[in-house]
Design a protein around this ligand. Structure first.
Ligand SMILES: NC(=O)c1ccc[n+]([C@@H]2O[C@H](COP(=O)([O-])OP(=O)(O)OC[C@H]3O[C@@H](n4cnc5c(N)ncnc54)[C@H](OP(=O)(O)O)[C@@H]3O)[C@@H](O)[C@H]2O)c1
Length: 334
């Protein structure tokens, strides 16, 4: 059976905020399946902030990258049957021919566990997927939280930040979060954050931090970068730990800062500052999903999804990441 796939391609590199005309939707005729291959159809597609900086690495004409949950609709593989659900990095496309021989560890394909993802398939690109692993490992392994310590997390109502704050509460920390609207502030307070602020209306970042963290800051999980980094560092306690997860405030910047100076605050406060890419722990992801799933079942971890309906609306969902449109994980229902 010959199938036509629709896919989003990069027409020209983004400059500043992504624009609809930087992308195109095109058709591609897929070849018939060979032995060991299966054809899958997108069910849930993920939009994530990393797509903005990563597209710089690909020439115009390339397909947009990204994860998706897909359903097997035709198979010549003995391991995958029609109806199976898989999660893979297939990009912004409706249909994909996948080979059985691509290793799972390389993100090629992975069958969804029917028990873990029962009734919540979209979480395979959310709380029980890459963003969940980012929060879990990026916080626990790099911030190494201890009971009673104070955590500051920005991007607090997003896919990663909302989970980081809740994991920190499970570990007995005091959690102070920052997000971009009053609605988001209420949302994270409802998740159990001790304090939360709308960074767009709070006034001085430094004064707000001082009032919210009278004993100083022990842990900082940075999703946003830019001015946050130095401002939070100035109020960190000796031997504090900083996990550099992302720098979304800089992804659309048209000019780079003049220099990247190593902050003297790191030296003065004897901080441990470490950046990470979540694939570092990919072999341990299943262990994380098991634990997170248990916390969800126990009511200790909550998650939200902002759903955009329609493959043709992927750009709107993507743009929403940079305008603050999403609470929790932004996903697209094909
Ligand atoms: N290191 C890794 O392996 C890894 C893996 C996944 C994600 N990340 C990073 O983690 C961060 C969060 O990702 P996510 O998937 O959880 O996204 P997300 O928080 O669900 O969505 C992005 C949010 O960022 C906020 N934002 C956008 N522009 C901003 C700006 N200029 N200043 C402050 N906040 C801004 C918006 O919320 P507001 O309304 O609050 O502004 C928006 O809703 C990103 O930086 C991402 O690149 C890193």
């Amino acid at each position: 059976m010959s199938v036509k796939c629709r896919k989003w391609v990069l027409k020209s590199h983004f400059c500043g905020m992504p624009k609809r005309e930087d992308l195109d939707i095109v058709e591609e005729e897929l070849p018939p399946l060979k032995d060991g291959e299966f054809l899958c159809e997108a069910v849930w597609l993920s939009v994530d902030p990393y797509m903005r900086p990563y597209t710089k690495n690909f020439p115009p004409g390339s397909s947009m990258i990204g994860g998706q949950v897909a359903k097997v609709v035709e198979s010549r593989s003995s391991n995958y049957s029609v109806g199976d659900l898989v999660v893979g990095n297939y990009g912004w496309r409706t249909h994909t021919v996948v080979s059985d021989s691509v290793p799972e560890a390389a993100g090629g394909r992975s069958k969804l566990s029917p028990t873990l993802y029962k009734d919540r398939e979209s979480t395979a690109v959310g709380v029980l997927g890459m963003p969940g692993a980012t929060a879990y490992f990026g916080f626990l392994n790099l911030c190494t939280p201890k009971e009673g310590e104070t955590l500051v997390v920005n991007g607090a109502a997003g896919a990663v930040g909302s989970l980081v704050g809740q994991i920190a509460k499970i570990k007995g920390c005091r959690v102070v979060g920052f997000a971009g609207s009053d609605e988001k502030v209420e949302y994270v307070k409802g998740l159990g954050f001790d304090e939360a602020f709308n960074y767009k209306t709070m006034g001085s970042m430094s004064e707000t931090l001082k009032k919210a963290c009278p004993k100083g800051i022990d842990l900082f999980f940075d999703n946003v970068g830019g001015e946050w980094f130095e401002t939070v560092l100035a109020q960190m306690n000796t031997f504090g730990r900083v996990s550099i997860c992302g720098a979304i405030s800089q992804y659309n910047a048209e000019e780079k800062p003049k220099g990247n100076y190593v902050s003297q605050l790191i030296l003065g406060h004897q901080l441990k500052v470490e950046g990470f890419i979540v694939l570092r722990w990919i072999k341990e992801w299943p262990e994380c999903f098991k634990q997170m799933s248990q916390w969800i079942a126990e009511g200790k971890l909550k998650y939200e999804e902002t759903v955009t309906v329609g493959f043709d609306n992927m750009f709107d969902a993507f743009l929403g990441l940079f305008t603050g449109a999403n609470i929790g994980k932004a996903v697209v229902k094909a």
